[in-house]
Design a protein around this ligand. Structure first.
Ligand code: 9MR
Length: 371
């Protein structure tokens, strides 16, 4: 008895073939290979990832990314916990991880008002602050001279209106702390790329603030090589036009542009609620956590379209863009599950909680296939 006819056989062969092709495709496809020659594709690493605790996550990191940023462990409170004490145990592991895997290694961050060690917030005058900056920047940058590829020298120095943020640095040294920090970093490692890194700097007022800040650093003898646009974005904003204006404006200053902390929230924002008191406790509110189990297809598609539009722009300006780094490897570890409201389920990255590529991953990969 003939069990299958010819057309059935064809269908079976096609299915087997396409299955095979898909397998081959998914094994060979990766973000870093897809954008090779365009820009580095990076991720932020947490402690467990630096220590290779989960082999599946580790394999994923090595497959997809060729650049790394330490999500927290290089911040002042961790590396410089007391005036005369540095702790480089984790940072050394981080650098070793990047070198072992032949990755572009980014340093985050030297001068930042947040996550300071408590003793640093007590610094009272310009003499003390100058001594702190010299010791802090020279010690850390020299230790990894020639091994770290780029540094966030100063992080988030601006207010939303483009003026300088009040901080222990501004209070003690005035605006001169900015060129000073860049000079010290360049002195410790003349070849490393030095960045100013901030969020919301695709917004017009803050963008003008960055432009002024960069010009001031240069005018006062500082060496600056790039601007890091963090890219903590939403589905609707910033617009592609504002992102493009920012790439062009920063690049016109002779700087490299990096997207340094990319993620796109899909959850409601408490600040958007009319009359919302942001101090109100939204924890456990179903309205503010609409997708606790899974992301509906319609939103999955919106996220995929948004990522495609963003990467389409990145490709258009690939000559100006050095690196695109995601703020985390997969949705399950993103800081956006706990900010601005704790304990939500967010979906901001290209890889889901089960370590599977999302529709947004495919939409980004497909851009190159179309070109
Ligand atoms: O992702 C980081 C999170 O784990 C920390 O709790 C938080 C502390 O401020 O910092 C997060 O990373 C920030 C980065 O260092 C600078 N830009 C904003 C990032 C998100 O807050």
């Amino acid at each position: 008895m003939k069990l299958i006819n010819n057309s059935m056989l064809l269908v079976v062969l096609f299915a087997l073939g396409s299955c095979n092709a898909q397998n081959k495709n998914s094994a060979a496809t990766s973000l870093k290979n897809n954008f090779k020659g365009d820009f580095y594709i990076g991720t932020a690493l947490n402690v467990d990832q630096i220590e290779e605790k989960d082999p599946k996550v580790d394999a994923l990191i090595r497959k997809e990314f060729n650049a790394i940023t330490a999500e927290n462990i290089m911040k002042s409170m961790f590396v410089h916990p007391a005036k005369d004490k540095y702790d480089f145990a984790m940072t050394d592991k981080y650098i070793a991880y990047g070198e072992k895997n032949d990755m572009f290694i980014h340093g985050h961050t030297l001068i930042w008002h947040s996550q300071l060690a408590p003793w640093m917030t007590q610094i009272k005058d310009s003499t003390e602050m100058k001594a702190f900056m010299k010791d802090h920047i020279s010690t850390i940058v020299s230790r990894y001279k020639g091994r770290i590829d780029s540094w966030d020298v100063v992080n988030e120095a601006l207010n939303e209106d483009g003026t300088l943020r009040k901080s222990v640095f501004l209070n003690t040294l005035g605006a001169s702390y900015l060129p000073e920090a860049f000079k010290l970093a360049a002195k410790a490692d003349p070849k490393v790329d030095l960045y100013y890194n901030d969020y919301n700097i695709c917004e017009p007022a803050k963008r003008e603030g960055v432009i002024k800040l960069v010009k001031d650093i240069k005018a006062n003898g500082g060496k600056i090589d790039g601007v890091g646009i963090q890219g903590h974005w939403r589905l609707e904003s910033p617009t592609i036009e504002e992102i493009e204006k920012s790439i062009l404006a920063y690049s016109a200053l002779g700087l490299k542009v990096a997207f340094t902390e990319l993620d796109i929230t899909v959850l409601p924002n408490p600040w958007d609620l009319k009359g919302a008191d942001v101090n109100q406790n939204f924890e456990g509110s179903a309205k503010m956590n609409p997708y606790p189990k899974e992301l509906p297809d319609s939103v999955q598609k919106k996220l995929a379209d948004r990522y495609a539009a963003v990467f389409n722009l990145f490709l258009k300006h690939k000559d100006k863009i050095s690196r695109v780094t995601f703020w985390g490897v997969h949705d399950g570890q993103s800081w956006l599950n706990d900010w601005p409201i704790k304990g939500r389920t967010n979906y901001p990255l290209l890889i889901d909680r089960n370590l599977a590529p999302k529709k947004a991953y495919q939409s980004v990969i497909q851009l190159k296939e179309k070109k």
